[in-house]
Structure formats: C-alpha cells, structure tokens
Design a protein around this ligand. Structure first.
Ligand SMILES: [Zn+2]
Length: 376
C-alpha cells in the first residue's frame, strides 16, 4: 500500500478531531466532512489495493522481462506481504511455486519416513522394481528398511540368507549419510526454487538474489545426487570414490561461482545455464560406465540402470522444455497460467529426483546386504 498517498487523508482526519469548535458543536457540515474524508480514504485504499493487480509483459520493469511468450498475469514489484499471500492467488507463477513446494513436501516426507523407520512410506518408490525381475530380486526386494535403518539386523540376515555370504561389519554396511545428503540437496533445491518463484517479483535486488539461490539450488541437487550411487558403488574402492565425488564437487563449485555472476541470471543466458547443468549431469556418465563395466554380471544392474535412465531422460526432457520454451512459443498467451514450459520442467525435475531416489534405495539396500565382499 502506498502510505504517502494515505498520509494526507489521515492528517486531515486528525486535524478535524482536534478542532475544539467541531468537538463541542458537531454541526451537520462537520459530520458531512468526516464522512467525505472517510469515503476518500476508503477509495484511496481500494485504489492502492487495485494497483497490486496483475500486469502484462509490456508493463513489466526491464529486469523482469524473461519470457516474451508469456503475455499476461504478471505480478510486478509488489510489497512482501502481498507477494507472500499471492501463493493463494492465480498468476503466472502460481503453479511454478506449487509444483516445487509439493515436491519439497514429498521429499521431506520421504526423509522423515526414512529417519523414523516407516518402511511402507520410505519404500514406496521401489514398488516399481517389482517390474524389473532379476535372479536374486526375490531374495532382496522385501523389507529393505530393516537393513537401511537397523544395521544390527545384518547379523540376523546372515543366518536367514538362503545362500552362504560373508557380510562386512555393520558400521561399513550401514553408512547412510550419502543417502540423506541427496535427500537434503533435493529439498534445498525444491524449496529455494519455490521461494524464488514466489518472491522474485518483489524488487530488482531480491530478484537477482533469489535467482542466484535458485541456480545454486539446482547445482547442489546435481552434486548431492552423485553421492549415493558413487558412494555405494565404489564403497569398497575409496580411491575411485574420492576421485569421482571430489571431481563432481569441484565441478559443482565452479558452476556455482560462474552462476553467481549477476549477468548470467538473464534470459539471454538461459541456454548457457542449461548447458552448465547438463554437463554436470553428463559427468555422471564416466562413473556410470566404469561401474557398468566392473559390475556387468551383477543382478541389480537392470534395476538401477532403469531408474538412472529414467532420471536422465526426465532431466533432459525437462531441460529441453526449459530451453525451448515449449509450448508457449507456439501459442503465446495461451499457457500464461497453466501448461507453460517452466511448469513442465518442474514436473520433470521431480520425476527425475524420484527415479534417482528409487535407485539410491536399491544401491543402499544392496550394499547393506553384501558389504564389501563384492562390488555392486
Ligand atoms: Zn523454476
């Protein structure tokens, strides 16, 4: 609300009240004046509220002009309070905020389910592994959280297994932090994206800051996604574990430093940013091929490969929508509120992260069972 506009009205009202003549004999004119002032103030308030209406692309300040194919329903330079409550209003960022907010809540739920030993919830994604039969899956598919969350069970398992197998000490098999690092990185990315979409219309300064936070969030999610597969695949070969995890961390930090340069937040560099993220993702091909060659005969190969391929396809298809600004470029103005590229990109990011979660569960479970006796 523009207080400078309301200021004079408030002063006039106060002036009227302190006038002794008016106080002693409330004449008809004074009452009329008071009502007039009241109406004026009400009108100004309404006008100010109306001024937080949605605007078109042309009316936007230059720094907010990001996607010329989205023509209407923009919020521009709203106060923080109005911006916060716009989470419950329809504008062209509503679904961008909610898609990643729901994704964040979903990952928060998965984190708690894993921390608080709720097998059915934490394991829901691996329901799909039932469709990828492997020779030993029947032995491995049930009750995975018993091993995830109660490492001492490994001792019992040794007696229960239908075939002889040496199991490494529980403290090696039960390492869970890489799994939670990934969950934490995903939650950070989804939440910062959601906050960015909600508040970046407030001011130029906040817009730049939140966009940078959003890009850092994506980089953090990519880096942390590498931790479960690389850690568990190469758990018994710390040399490669260090090379790959060190490599992706250094690469991620370089990407973050590059993206923190304010000039790179503009629409002009959309493809460049996507290229940086995709190359970080492609770095994963090196350890993936390495792991495949070393563990070609392992029964879990098809399951993890299917999950990780689903993740790669989700991220790549999402990035294509993001860069191509499809479908809004075909019908500008048609997808302003729902169905534009960024919303589709968000949905693919969540699907990719869920596929990777499924793979991480399989890696963790398998390594938990066999320890360092064999590679995955
Ligand atoms: Zn986004």
């Amino acid at each position: 609300m523009n207080t400078s506009e309301l200021g004079p009205v408030w002063k006039r009202k106060t002036g009227g009240m302190t006038n002794t003549t008016t106080l002693l004999i409330p004449s008809e004119t004074a009452v009329k004046d008071k009502n007039k002032n009241k109406n004026k103030s009400k009108k100004k308030r309404e006008k100010a509220e109306r001024s937080y209406g949605l605007v078109s692309f042309q009316e936007l300040p230059e720094y907010m002009k990001d996607n010329e194919f989205i023509l209407n329903y923009y919020r521009a330079e709203w106060p923080l309070k109005e911006t916060l409550f716009s989470i419950f209003r329809w504008h062209n960022e509503t679904l961008n905020v909610w898609t990643h907010l729901i994704g964040f809540i979903l990952f928060l739920g998965l984190t708690f389910a894993n921390l608080m030993h709720v097998p059915q919830l934490a394991d829901f994604i691996t329901i799909f592994t039932r469709h990828f039969p492997t020779s030993t899956e029947a032995n491995f598919s049930h009750n995975s959280k018993e091993f995830l969350l109660r490492p001492t069970k490994l001792i019992d398992l040794k007696q229960e297994l239908p075939f002889p197998m040496d199991i490494t000490p529980p403290e090696v098999a039960a390492t869970q932090w890489p799994f939670f690092i990934f969950l934490g990185g995903s939650m950070f990315c989804l939440l910062s994206s959601s906050i960015c979409h909600l508040f970046s219309c407030h001011s130029h300064h906040l817009n730049l800051l939140l966009l940078q936070m959003d890009y850092v969030g994506i980089a953090v999610m990519i880096i942390t996604s590498f931790f479960p597969p690389i850690f568990y695949i190469f758990q018994c070969d710390p040399h490669w574990q260090f090379i790959y995890l060190g490599g992706i961390t250094v690469m991620g930090i370089c990407t973050i430093i590059t993206l923190l340069s304010p000039g790179l937040s503009t629409g002009k560099f959309r493809s460049f940013r996507a290229l940086l993220f995709v190359s970080m993702g492609l770095f994963g091909l090196v350890p993936a091929i390495h792991a495949l060659v070393v563990n070609w005969g392992e029964p879990q190969r098809n399951v993890t490969l299917a999950y990780e391929s689903a993740m790669a396809v989700s991220y790549l298809v999402g990035a294509m929508f993001y860069v191509g600004r499809i479908p809004e470029r075909w019908k500008p103005g048609w997808f302003d509120l729902a169905g534009h590229s960024h919303q589709i990109f968000h949905v693919f990011v969540i699907m990719g992260a869920l596929a990777h979660y499924g793979a991480a569960l399989v890696f963790l479970e398998y390594r938990g069972r066999i320890g360092c006796d064999r590679n995955i």
